[in-house]
Design a protein around this ligand. Sequence first.
Ligand code: XMP
Length: 319
Amino acid sequence: LWTASRIIDDAIAQVRELVGTDKVLLGLSGGVDSSVVAALLHKAIGDQLTCVFVDNGLLRLHEGEQVMEMFAKNMGVKVIRADAEAQFLDALEGVSDPEAKRKIIGKVFIDVFDEHATKIKDVSWLAQGTIYPDVIESAAAKTGKAHVIKSHHNVGGLPERMNMKLVEPLRELFKDEVRRIGVELGLPHDMVYRHPFPGPGLGVRILGEVKKTYADLLRQADAIFIEELHAADWYHKVAQAFVVFLPVKSVGVVGDARRYEYVVALRAVETIDFMTARWAHLPYELIERISNRIINEIKGISRVTYDVSSKPPATIEWE
Ligand code: XMP
């Protein structure tokens, strides 16, 4: 019989058997999968687990603080926070090609992770939040069946280089099972049922060159969008929703003053598998409220647009 607590008990027993008294390292992203692995491993092996959380400066508003609050403060998990915003932004300076940006973000991630990981002595295991669909996808990719449109960012290659063995306790689970065990392990419902967020983060939601000023504006706009979706009970009716920053300026007027500021696009989609998606038919009044709030509350954004492109031919992200 499948129950969340049974799965957890089995996974804990397996992990203990596998790693014994060895130390385990985990790259914690704040996403559902790595968070559930952190909670599970902490329950299984306590202080033998150390997490490295890389803050790349491309996270959502307050996300870094939330991750530290939840894991380090509330749960007592050992988490090393790597504040690497400057390193990522420096590496991205002058780069506008989407695939080049993804590659840079992936490479800097590995460098930063490596740098912190090597400080922890005698670690022989690397934990990963690989879930069953990832296993299928990478198998398909190897046989050439998957058409790779965007190079997905992960820590592939790292275990070999670091000479570590892999522990992947979610390898046989589907996303909904991972979510259910996350809740059972005591993770907040809101974090477990959050929309997916790409590894390169806001780096692929700022079109073209990434700048800190753009990221700051985008974070504020995105937070308003998500807050209003929750308030209107629409957050869980869409599969993914976010704001995209367009580095073009548009004229506006506030009172007597002319504004010449940036444009953002709201993106919300309905999908089951993320392979195809329909743009979400959000109520006009909701879009209107979000638009008014973004333009009125954020100095630096003067226009809001709504993305009405479905996938295919458009992808869900803009880059
Ligand atoms: P697209 O834009 O390809 O997105 O329609 C499909 C889903 O994949 C996510 N996505 C990524 N996730 N690294 C990730 O970890 C990436 O580089 C990446 N690109 C897209 C996207 O957010 C959506 O859920």
